[in-house]
Design a protein. Structure first.
Length: 342
């Protein structure tokens, strides 16, 4: 197929482009090469590259010429620095997707694979011993400052046990980035209904691996820990380190994205993309410190109000419907990342 990858010069994008070439697709990349994301624009071997913004209609029309399917990865990621980030998330992610969809309709391109995120579920669902499956109450700054990090039952205030969230769990975005990911999914569904196009919304878990952005306010925790370790400093673990995530390797994420692009051809479908094995942030810090033989992580008790406590996905739909299997084991992935250049 002829595939356009927006954001193809980014962390996940470069692995997707490499995977597409390995499967003999023709690849075109549209990337803005924003300086706050790309420290130096490295070339992408073999791909036809358009440097431009997904909000630029003229660029979009040229980039979509002769294209069969779009993988839309271009987005502003991360939690954001402060509330002043709101307009940039809306402009980049919401408006960017709306312009892309309108252009796909103009050019008759009917197949979309969209980078979404596990953060659309917020705190997800959890088990109360008395009230069963509940949506955890928002965490309060005063409680967290007092060291009470676990979300509680909105009815009785009891501490909750976690479950793996499936794709039918209701949206509950709790920061600007999460809100923009929900919006992207809704815009794409609107587009699919009107045009008859197909959408695979890939709800990525915490992606890590070679090429991960670092030293920006939008870097993920694995990259932040690795940068600290390379400076000879101990990783600084927020809260009590017990917050759970599913760290999934970027090559596995790229493979899932490519399978969805190739195999999902009708209707709108969401897929959680996680390794299936939740870890705590504290455990991840220890694994990385061990991989580089660095200082023992420090648990600081600091917190960021927009953070969710636990996000862990059930990715069995991706396995059952698209035949995906994660291939990189956590410990191997951590060692590989710790040795990667850059
Ligand atoms: C991450 C991604 C987001 C993606 C989501 C999917 C980034 C920046 N965010 O969000 O794009 O949609 O996964 O699940 O890649 N932490 C520390 N020390 C630090 C920094 C963070 O302990 O120095 C902790 C945070 O408090 C949080 C956890 O690490 O509990 C993860 O933080 P982060 O990597 O920013 O990612 P998510 O919020 O999970």
């Amino acid at each position: 197929m002829h595939i356009l990858v927006t954001g193809g010069a980014g962390f996940i994008g470069r692995h997707v482009v490499a995977g597409l070439f390995a499967r003999d697709h023709a690849v075109r990349v549209l990337d803005s090469f924003r300086p706050d994301v790309h420290q130096g624009a490295r070339p992408i071997d073999g791909a036809e590259v358009f440097s431009g913004d997904v909000r630029d209609r003229a660029v979009l029309d040229r980039a979509l010429d002769g294209i069969d399917a779009v993988i839309h990865l271009a987005a502003k990621v991360g939690l954001g620095v402060d509330i002043g980030d709101l307009p940039d998330y809306a402009a980049t992610n919401d408006l960017g997707t709306a312009e892309l969809l309108a252009a796909m309709a103009r050019k008759g391109v009917g197949r979309l694979t969209l980078a979404s995120s596990m953060v659309v579920y917020g705190e997800g669902e959890a088990q109360c011993p008395e009230h069963g499956a509940v949506r955890p109450a928002p965490r309060r700054a005063e409680a967290m400052a007092a060291g009470a990090f676990e979300p509680t039952c909105p009815h009785c205030g009891r501490t909750l046990g976690t479950t793996l969230v499936g794709e039918t769990t209701a949206f509950d975005p709790r920061n600007a980035y999460a809100t923009s990911k929900v919006a992207q999914e809704f815009y794409a569904s609107n587009w699919a209904r009107v045009t008859g196009g197909s959408v695979a919304a890939m709800r990525y878990h915490n992606v890590y691996g070679p090429g991960m952005p670092k030293d920006t306010p939008y870097a993920g925790v694995a990259a932040i820990f690795l940068s600290a370790l390379r400076r000879g400093e101990a990783p600084s673990v927020f809260e009590d380190g017990g917050q759970r995530r599913d760290f999934v390797h970027v090559r596995d994420v790229a493979a899932a994205t490519i399978l969805a692009c190739e195999r999902h051809t009708t209707g709108v479908r969401a897929f959680n993309v996680g390794s299936g094995t939740p870890r705590t942030v504290g455990d991840m810090a220890v694994a990385l410190a061990r991989a580089v033989d660095g200082p023992v992580p420090v648990v600081t008790g600091r917190f960021r109000l927009g953070d969710v406590r636990h996000i862990t996905a059930d990715s069995s739909r991706l396995v059952a419907e698209l035949g995906w299997r994660p291939a990189v084991a956590f410990d191997d992935g951590m060692v590989e990342m710790s040795r990667a250049v850059g």
